[in-house]
Design a protein around this ligand. Structure first.
Ligand code: RB5
Length: 145
């Protein structure tokens, strides 16, 4: 069976968690959009690259990591077609898939442990969208116009 394709990107404050997730999620084929060092960079640049690959259909979804997860989520949600969920619990990670069909998950390296982050990613990946929420997604799409 072919592997799930995901994009992943971080700023300098998220590189360690990004590397950890890539090493742990063996069932995923990652496209890593950087950054690769702790030299200071601007998270919107990395959010844009990973989100673009989702919108182009090169990957199914994306994971973005910064210090808190907040900056990445604000940047990603400016891009039409992206539904980015900033999560800090397994519950909200799961619901972001079931209710919001989040195609991007945003995590904060400075606010979450690695094991917890891995559980949140797995909860999001395993979640199934509940179609009764589709009309709300349609209204979000309408807001983009
Ligand atoms: C970088 O210092 C930090 O501001 C960034 O990683 C993120 O937490 C922003 O929301």
């Amino acid at each position: 069976m072919s592997k799930l394709k995901l994009a992943i990107a971080s700023d300098h404050a998220g590189t360690n968690l990004k590397s950890y997730l890539i090493s742990e999620l063996k069932e995923v084929e990652f496209t890593d959009f950087g950054t690769q060092s702790t030299e200071s960079v601007d998270y919107p640049d990395y959010a844009a690259k990973a989100c673009q690959s989702v919108l182009e259909g090169k990957v199914e979804r994306a994971i973005l990591v910064c210090g808190t997860g907040i900056g990445m989520s604000i940047a990603a949600n400016k891009i039409p077609g992206i539904r980015a969920a900033h999560v800090e619990s397994v519950f909200t990670a799961q619901l972001s898939g079931e209710h919001n069909l989040a195609n991007v998950l945003c995590l904060g390296e400075r606010v979450t442990g690695t094991g917890h982050a891995l559980m949140m990613v797995r909860a999001w990946l395993n979640s199934k969208f509940e179609s009764r929420h589709q009309k709300r997604l349609d209204k979000i799409t309408a807001l983009e116009k």
